[in-house]
Design a protein around this ligand. Structure first.
Ligand code: AMP
Length: 172
């Protein structure tokens, strides 16, 4: 069901990239509920006490999950979007660098946080998210993604934090 709902768009946003588009999941209530059910099971098993979502498509899965589990929802956003005092972490992209931030007041020392994104590719974004969370004295219990591209070796990058994805593809 999930495989059918995920659209593949070749050469987006640039030539050579096969884009896995989760908007097809959002317009199929059964597929969306399936994702939230599976992700919720994993959050419960990990004993998480907060959910963090990565801007922007990670928010779409993190928010219903936080509501379902009655857990705090932490937003990890691109630099300059959060109004309060922030932790920040720079990381490398294929070309250049990016920076993400989280509100200092939203991360509590000792928290076990689950971090969610729509898709895990190189793992660079999630690694930077872990650095942010650790700046706040919290730990990442697990990384969750709807789609995983394991041939890009995100497990090595994110080691030793456990990673769970709902569906994996072996080509880009
Ligand atoms: P990374 O930091 O390399 O793991 O990249 C993960 C982020 O980039 C996620 O927020 C994804 O939404 C996006 N992304 C990277 N590659 C793709 C792809 N092939 N299809 C869809 N989204 C992607």
């Amino acid at each position: 069901m999930l495989d059918k709902a995920i659209r593949r768009i070749p050469d987006f946003p640039k030539p050579g990239i096969l884009f896995y588009d989760i908007t097809g999941v959002l317009v199929q209530p059964d597929a969306f509920t399936y994702c939230i059910d599976r992700l919720a099971e994993r959050c419960k098993a990990a004993g998480a006490d907060a959910i963090a979502g990565i801007e922007s498509r990670g928010f779409l899965f993190a928010a219903p999950l936080a509501d379902r589990l009655k857990l705090p929802l932490i937003l990890i956003r691109k630099k300059g979007k959060l109004p309060g005092k922030t932790y920040s972490c720079k990381y490398s992209l294929e070309y250049g660098t990016a920076e993400i931030e989280a509100h200092v007041d939203d991360i509590k020392p000792g928290q076990k946080i689950i971090v969610i994104d729509d898709l895990i590719a190189t793992g660079g974004t999630l690694k930077a998210a872990r650095t942010l969370i650790e700046q706040g004295g919290a730990t990442v219990a697990s990384f969750l993604g709807v789609v995983g591209l394991p041939f890009l070796h995100y497990r090595q990058v994110l080691d030793p934090t456990p990673v769970l994805t709902l569906i994996d593809y072996d080509a880009e």
